[in-house]
Design a protein around this ligand. Structure first.
Ligand code: MG
Ligand code: MG
Length: 272
């Protein structure tokens, strides 16, 4: 999808990226408890717009190729790129929140998926597997390695979990993670399935958005008439988790983590 060369950031530029990431993290954390029965997705968008202004940041989603909001909100069988509007969130919904910000010209991009009230065991497990797949991908990103190592870690984990559960998970085709930096979407693509040792070499100064989009069934997506919302072709539900990272000689910075990547993933109790 992206043919341009990979943008490598200087240490000073990485420091700027490290400013944008926590703005995204703080906004998503503040948004999470607001995703409750009765709220409209337009109200959630408005909250994000206000938070961006309060943070002194600007939006990288609004007007991106004509996208009409500051956040993508994708509910249930919607995978990604849902447009906020009059839809009311209901108990039991599975809501993916994909959000970004620009600080001093540098971009952050992150997504979480929230279960509203009590989710079914199957849906809760889908959400867990998707988030864990993200962290498996992050953990596979190492200097000297290849982007395919990340793709393989995500894809093989999802497939292993499908086997374990006796069910089926779809790894959405046609959508990938991506390079990020002075623009929201840059080279290289970061697919959610692939082979170890393939793809671009991971080098210092590279920043990547890693974002598994996993369904309870098909890997195929269709785009609604609004020309944005991607839905599963079989109506099964989907989850999406994303972080912006950079890789240094001493480890990964998870730029859109709430601490701006100060703690490596290995230090996260819930991830070990
Ligand atoms: Mg995103
Ligand atoms: Mg992204």
């Amino acid at each position: 999808m992206f043919s341009e060369s990979i943008e490598l950031k200087t240490p000073a530029q990485l420091a700027s990226l490290r400013e944008a990431g926590p703005v995204v993290a703080r906004t998503l954390e503040a948004l999470r408890p607001k995703v409750s029965a009765g709220v409209t997705t337009a109200e959630l968008d408005e909250f994000c717009r206000e938070r961006l202004a309060a943070e002194g940041a600007t939006t990288n989603f609004l007007n991106y190729h004509g996208f009409p909001a500051t956040i993508c909100i994708s509910v249930n069988d919607e995978i990604v790129h849902g447009i906020p509007g009059s839809r009311e969130i209901a108990t039991g919904d599975l809501v993916s929140l994909d959000f970004g910000a620009i600080v001093d010209g540098w971009h952050g991009d992150s997504a979480i998926t929230v279960e509203v009230g009590q989710a079914s065991a199957e849906v809760a497990e889908l959400n867990r597997v998707t988030e864990e797949a993200l962290w498996r991908g992050i953990a596979a990103a190492k200097i000297g390695g290849k982007v395919g190592d990340i793709s393989h870690a995500i894809g093989s984990y999802v497939k292993s979990q499908a086997k374990l559960s006796g069910g089926r998970y779809g790894i959405t085709e046609g959508f990938t993670g991506h390079g990020i930096g002075s623009a929201l979407h840059q080279s290289p693509d970061v697919p959610n399935t692939g082979r170890r040792g393939k793809g671009a070499k991971i080098v210092p100064g590279m920043a990547l958005a890693i974002e598994p989009m996993i369904t309870l069934g098909t890997s195929r997506a269709a785009i609604l008439e609004d020309e944005w919302t991607a839905v599963t072709t079989d109506g099964t539900w989907a989850a999406h988790h994303e972080h912006t990272i950079t890789v240094t000689e001493t480890g990964v910075w998870v730029l859109t983590a709430i601490d701006g990547g100060a703690r490596p993933p290995a230090a996260r109790e819930s991830r070990c």
